[in-house]
Design a protein around this ligand. Sequence first.
Ligand SMILES: Nc1ncnc2c1ncn2[C@@H]1O[C@H](COP(=O)(O)OP(=O)(O)OP(=O)(O)O)[C@@H](O)[C@H]1O
Length: 264
Amino acid sequence: MSAVLELVDVSVVRGGPNNRLIDGITWTVNEGERWAVLGPNGAGKSTLMSVCAARLHPTTGMVDILDEILGAVDVFELRPRIGLTSGAISQQIPRSETVRDVVVTAAYGVTGRWREGYDQMDHERASELLGQWGVEHLADRTFGSLSDGERKRVLTARALMTDPELMILDEPGAGMDIAGREDLVSRLTDLARDPQAPTTILVTHHIEELPEGLTHMLLLNHGRIVAKGPIDEVLTSENLSTAYEMPLELTKIGGRYTAFAAHS
Ligand SMILES: Nc1ncnc2c1ncn2[C@@H]1O[C@H](COP(=O)(O)OP(=O)(O)OP(=O)(O)O)[C@@H](O)[C@H]1O
């Protein structure tokens, strides 16, 4: 099994020498795996994903993404091979951009349409992805006019536009109502179960958002790994309680999860 992502003792330090946003992360993601990254607010999830998506260089440690070492590769060539959705990407997109262009511009790894030439195949692929994520009817609307949930789906379609080898979804369910979340979870389940879909990392702090079909989980707290490995071994009441620093009881209903404070 070949590694898509390999981090060895990776740390990111900001705002003072002792402020480690992520701290000594050693983690391997192999081809075809579907990972969830879970942890409380401020655990370092987004920082870790910025490193994994070649958007942020670590202070120390080695990062190998798709057989390229960060620091020794042109990140502008590497980035189109990684599909990324995140709040930061959403903010970079001009509000006046049409939804169709938001998706099609991913083919060139840019946000904001300028003078790139897109061929018919790019447009057909963009329409197909908008359809797959249930937002084809919004293709001619501006990105700024969409609801949070609609934006998330458009960004997921954008992330898949380049047929990425690695897909990183950073809190795709943030800001969604229950119906929107359940619709998203069902689409993410289809994605996780699709053997043709890229290796995927899904970041969340809501375990209700975990789709079926995930294979592995990384649990973070204060920038450090609490547990990592096959999801059935890692997602336990004990590990969740450690990560969230309170006694929690995990319940599995069908293939889905929820957790509540444990009663002593
Ligand atoms: N430039 C910076 N300087 C100092 N601290 C920072 C900087 N950027 C982020 N942090 C801190 O690093 C920690 C990790 O942030 P990060 O956004 O990675 O966490 P997260 O797990 O994604 O959180 P959330 O679930 O709330 O989105 C937070 O405590 C944040 O305040």
